[in-house]
Design a protein around this ligand. Structure first.
Ligand SMILES: [Ca+2]
Length: 386
């Protein structure tokens, strides 16, 4: 058994989130410290139930699920009425029910979870997880960054405790999937993504960071297309390979969720297929972490002199090209548009250095989608470790 890799996942299931959860259940070397269920694709309470439902179906009710804040940070800025925003139908907030179904599960039917939701909030759970695994924790955000931003308000030193952070979100110089230039996760809570990026933008922090965050925007992740043919191959392969009844029931419900997702994408003019952003980002993060041999400084923070600490990994300059598992990247300063009347929530990369700011992210630009999809298919066919 390989050494356990501590992971904290922040998600908003969501159909592609559900595939990511299934992929996670197939890993034999990951210590899932906790999962934050952040409101986004659907309201927080429903996201919590969906996360627990998928985990329960997969037999992983042992993983702590932490409920996110009921509202995005944006509500402070927009001065929304918290009571109004808390209505059962979530009318004061825009959710992605057209994309993921009213339940966020498409046509899937999930069991009622039997275990309680953790009493620890998602934001506090982020903090606790980072402190429990200083310098070792891999953080992966595949929903809005609301609760990570709240965690950073609790402890602004969190960035120096991560092994690395991977964020699915944004659209750079690209048509959006939500508003004309914006992606869903960032559009739902622009302030939270901006705050997270700002936390990694401080020179003081940067000197102590093992690595800067990775951002996986939709112009890259849309290349990861699930098709009915590939789904059928996964289902057939799992059955022929002797996967147990529990796992086959997980795949069967994922297929029902994907049937809705296929229909949405077809309605949106994209064909009878589905962009599955989230499992790619999780898989890329895990694969990167397995390969990374950098010694993080996180374990040295307490009681040591931060000024004398050398960075663990050199930070490439703006415009540097990089590689991640199944992906090519570019480094750049990144920020989020918060005030544009047409572009609020747009992610902006300063490719030419006009701002004079240091880089604060490695941005995925292209993905070897066929290679990743083959990996995903093989993983889901095989199922969880015995
Ligand atoms: Ca998601």
């Amino acid at each position: 058994m390989p050494a356990a890799l501590p992971l904290f996942l922040d998600c908003d299931p969501g159909i592609d989130d559900a595939i990511a959860l299934a992929y996670l259940c197939c890993q034999d070397d990951v210590d899932v410290v906790g999962i934050a269920a952040s409101g986004g694709n659907v309201a927080t309470a429903q996201v919590v139930e969906n996360t627990r439902g998928w985990l329960s179906l997969a037999g992983r009710s042992d993983i702590p699920v932490h409920a996110g804040h009921s509202l995005p940070l944006a509500w402070r800025v927009l001065q929304m009425d918290p009571q109004a925003a808390e209505t059962a139908t979530g009318e004061a907030l825009e959710y992605a029910d057209l994309t993921h179904g009213e339940s966020g599960r498409g046509y899937a039917r999930l069991p009622a979870p039997s275990t309680p939701v953790s009493s620890v909030t998602a934001a506090q759970a982020w903090v606790d997880a980072a402190h429990a695994h200083p310098g070792q924790l891999l953080g992966v955000v595949i929903g809005p960054a609301t609760n990570l931003a709240l965690a950073l308000e609790i402890d602004p030193e969190l960035p120096s405790l991560f092994k690395r952070l991977f964020i699915m979100g944004g659209a750079f110089n690209y048509r959006g999937n939500t508003h004309p230039t914006t992606e869903w996760n960032v559009t739902f809570d622009p302030e939270s993504t901006a705050q997270v990026l700002a936390a990694f933008d401080r020179t003081r922090q940067e000197e102590r960071l093992a690595h800067l965050p990775v951002i996986a925007p939709i112009e890259a992740t849309e290349a990861v297309e699930m098709t009915p043919e590939r789904l059928a191959t996964i289902l057939d392969g799992s059955s022929a390979g002797g996967a147990d009844d529990r796992w086959q029931s997980v795949l069967a419900q994922l297929a029902e969720a994907l049937r809705f997702y296929f229909e949405f994408h077809e309605t949106d003019g994209l064909g009878y297929l589905a962009h599955i952003h989230d499992p790619f980002v999780l898989a890329c993060a895990l694969s990167w972490a397995r390969q990374d041999t950098t010694t993080s400084t996180g374990t040295e923070l307490e009681g040591s002199d931060s000024d004398s600490r050398e960075p663990s990994a050199p930070v490439p300059v703006r415009g540097s090209a990089g590689d991640l598992p199944w992906a090519s990247t570019l480094w750049a300063p990144v920020d989020v548009e918060l005030t544009g009347t047409l572009t609020r929530g747009e992610t902006v990369a300063d490719w030419l250095g006009r701002w004079g700011r240091p880089v604060n992210a490695e941005i995925i630009r292209a993905i070897d989608a066929p290679a990743f999809l083959d990996h995903l298919s093989a993983t889901l066919m095989k199922g969880p470790p015995a």
